[in-house]
Design a protein around this ligand. Structure first.
Ligand code: G6P
Length: 442
């Protein structure tokens, strides 16, 4: 058997790839990657080559024997893979712009993973993930699928519910971003912090936070009530909590909670961006152009600092530490998306949750948290229902199910508005929704 690990990254032409490559370089001693296969589709070919060549230069500079393969042939890449990571975007950033702009044109929040935008990203992504899982079953049945593709919660839910491939972990940089942000506020090294995370992807709470084994929750809740400290990711502007509210909530929030607890302020800000042509997709489109110009420079052999303008900071740390802990059976604790199995009492056992887990060679073992505090329990259950119904709509291509998912989302104000948004978005994303437009696509 060949020595070293074979990693396959689907969506390899992503501007985030240098982030991942940096992670593999940094941890090569504990995670000896032999081959990194970057896979993309025809439309992403140019980006794949640019980013692939940068990856090669980074590895050469580090003096490591990692082979980088670039391909448009997913099945060829998947053969005997050990880990498959997914970071693709069906319909590219143009589709994201539609996910944001169409709901906003109805006065409804338009966001990549929340509300109608999150639903449509799921509808486009889930069928593709299911195809990848099908290929994995045949070509690398023992490989772990590490999914970063959003909406990561709905995608993990779909794989757990509609396939028999249980070796999937959904991964997000939000928990690690919170840990890093709090370490900075407390002016201590990140390794001394532990947060008990429980909830769903982009709907995760910190139930307690410890430094060297002692709870510092009270102090952290105080710090979080400062408007300066309300977001830890670049893609969401912190709006500042009412100190009394955040104290009474008494659990750490994630930046995405602002869409639910500050809906009006977030919507007003988004509507302003909508009018100025500066929704997040539009900002990211501009950033991507600049990044790819930089990536083309043959003298560049490191991850450029400009990548930090994106929301995915620390994503390579999260990804590589997870892969390494599975590979090395480290049994350390990391927050990931996995099957609940009783970790959160009010969520079905067979559903995906984002929760602190012990990471072993057999995968994540969720830590039991019991029930969530009553003030947050209902919202988490509602979003879980949305993810489940959304996943079902993606798999079946059923219109009524999609309307149901749309309308039960707490950010959608009525069935009538939901239906109007649904109809316009279905039409706008038609080419990426073969299960909804069977006759057109056969
Ligand atoms: C966050 C989320 C990711 C998301 C990213 C978007 O940090 O955790 O799930 O993909 O931001 O960032 P972007 O720069 O694309 O807006």
């Amino acid at each position: 058997m060949a020595q070293g690990i074979k990693i396959v990254t689907i969506g390899g032409g992503s501007s985030y790839t240098p982030e991942l490559v940096e992670g593999f370089i940094k941890r090569y001693d504990e995670l000896p990657v032999r081959e990194l296969w970057l896979v993309d589709i025809e439309e992403g070919k140019e980006k794949l080559e640019i980013v692939g060549n940068l990856a090669r230069r980074m590895i050469e500079k580090a003096g490591l024997p990692i082979e980088v393969h670039l391909t448009l042939d997913r099945r060829a890449a998947l053969q005997n893979a050990d880990f498959v990571t997914t970071q693709f975007r069906v319909g590219l950033l143009d589709a994201r712009a539609k996910d944001e702009r169409i709901p906003l044109s109805y006065g409804v929040l338009g966001q990549e993973t929340n509300g109608p935008g999150g639903l449509f990203k799921g509808l486009r992504t889930i069928p593709v993930i299911l195809e990848i899982v099908q290929d994995m079953k045949e070509l690398c049945p023992d490989a772990w699928l590490i999914n970063f593709t959003n909406p990561a919660g709905m995608v993990t839910e779909a794989v757990l519910r509609y396939t028999d491939h249980k070796k999937i972990v959904g991964l997000c940089n939000v928990p690690i971003g919170i840990e890093m942000g709090i370490a900075k506020l407390l002016d201590i090294d990140h390794s001394r912090i532990r947060i008990d995370f429980a909830g769903l992807n982009h709907m995760v709470y910190g139930l307690d936070v410890y430094v060297d084994g002692v709870s510092v929750k009270e102090k952290v809740m105080e710090l979080l009530s400062d408007p300066e400290n309300s977001s830890f990711v670049k893609n969401i502007e912190g709006q500042g909590w009412e100190p009394e509210f955040i104290r009474a909530l008494n659990v750490l929030t994630c930046p995405y909670h602002m869409y639910y607890y500050k809906t009006d302020e977030m919507l007003q800000k988004e509507l302003e961006n909508f009018r100025n042509g500066t929704t997040r997709a539009e900002v990211v489109q501009q950033l991507e152009e600049e990044l790819f110009e930089l990536y083309k420079d043959p003298d560049l052999a490191v991850k450029p600092p400009q990548l930090e303008q994106r929301g995915g900071a620390y994503y390579s740390d999260a990804a590589v530490r997870l892969i390494s802990s599975i590979y090395n059976d480290k049994r350390d604790i990391q927050p990931v998306n996995t099957i609940n199995n009783g970790a959160i009492a009010s969520i079905p056992d067979d559903s995906a949750v984002e929760v602190s887990c012990v990471i072993t060679k057999e995968g994540p073992r969720p830590i039991v948290h019991g029930d969530l505090p009553v003030a947050v329990r209902g919202l988490v259950q509602q979003i879980k229902s949305f993810e489940r119904v959304g996943a079902e709509a993606a798999v079946t291509g059923n219109y009524d199910t999609a309307l149901l998912a749309m309308t039960i989302n707490p950010l959608v104000p009525s069935d009538k508005i939901g239906k109007a948004i649904l109809d316009e978005m279905l039409e706008a994303h038609k080419e990426h929704l073969p299960r909804f437009f069977k006759k057109i696509n056969v």
